[in-house]
Design a protein. Structure first.
Length: 296
């Protein structure tokens, strides 16, 4: 069986197996990265995969094994920072995110996972890495704040952000460009990789995605979407979300006030996204065998 290794991932190893040259019959085998169980709850990931699949938002899952998964290959291209700025594509992304957020939106909702996850990552940074963070390999001018400073920042964020009134919905929580597959023939996008999926603040999922406009390998925050781009994106999102949760297909009006409120929430929650992946990067730097400069 021919195989193809995908090298974009920075958490796991991913291999496609196929017999047809056009990869029409391909399936994916994903092998979890070293010590990623510190960062990802694998049972929850599996459960979320199945929930998303049941709602048509994920590929078929063929099997799970102790250190990985095997699932259907979705045809299409993994997006790059240039694609997510294209209004045609970003409207598809906004509507697909609304579709995920609308799952179970009518039932009683669990608590957001954000604070628990941030506290867990921060405690790992403190216990697993404290000698490393304070030793000479990380001089103070490298701008890694002290654990005490991070504690204060987290307390401030929890108090400030949890008062913004952002609804708790089923979120992807890791919508970087490469986790979005654009199928040109069907004119749709699908999201992949549900390791961080869980109930969370709506504005976190969107703010995290906007941060990802800046890219991963070569990060450029000049690419963070302008207010104008964000408002167009958020309008598509709100329209779809209201149609899906309030059952008025086609005639959902989005007010200027709703747009502005969501815009403010999203840009404040993007701070929590920076904090989360900064802690994550410090942990990955210590354990990951993937060739990527996590510390940088």
């Amino acid at each position: 069986v021919p195989t193809q290794l995908f090298t974009d991932g920075i958490t796991n190893k991913l291999v496609a197996c196929y017999t047809d040259e056009a990869m029409a019959d391909a399936l994916l085998v994903r092998v979890y990265g070293r010590r990623t169980e510190l960062l990802v709850d694998r049972e929850t990931e599996l459960r979320n995969f199945q929930v998303l699949r049941a709602h048509g938002c994920a590929p078929d899952l063929y099997c799970a094994f102790q250190n990985g998964l095997c699932y259907q290959f979705l045809p299409g291209i993994a997006l790059g920072p240039d694609h997510v700025r294209d209004p045609h594509i970003f409207r598809l992304v906004a509507r697909e995110m609304a579709r995920v957020h609308a799952i179970h939106a009518n039932g009683s909702l669990p608590r957001p996972i954000l604070w628990q996850k941030l506290r867990k990552y921060l405690s790992l940074v403190k216990t697993e890495l404290s000698p490393k963070v304070s030793n000479a390999s990380l001089p103070r001018d490298r701008d890694v704040p002290s654990p005490e400073a991070l504690e204060q920042e987290l307390a401030w964020m929890e108090e400030t952000l949890s008062q913004l009134g952002s609804p708790v919905v089923l979120c992807h929580n890791d919508l970087l460009c490469k986790n979005i597959i654009y199928d040109r023939t069907r004119e749709r996008v699908r999201f992949i990789d549900y390791e961080y999926t869980g109930y969370n603040y709506q504005a976190f999922d969107i703010g995290n995605h906007f941060n990802e406009f800046a890219g991963v390998k070569e990060v450029d925050y000049g690419l963070y979407p302008s207010k104008e781009t964000q408002l167009q994106w958020l309008h598509s999102y709100l329209q779809a979300y209201k149609e899906l949760t309030q059952g008025h297909p086609g005639d959902s009006q989005v007010s200027q006030e709703e747009l502005e409120t969501l815009y403010v929430q999203v840009n404040k929650f993007s701070l929590a996204s920076h904090f989360l992946w900064a802690c994550w990067g410090l942990i990955q730097d210590k354990y990951s065998t993937i060739d990527f400069n996590f510390l940088r």
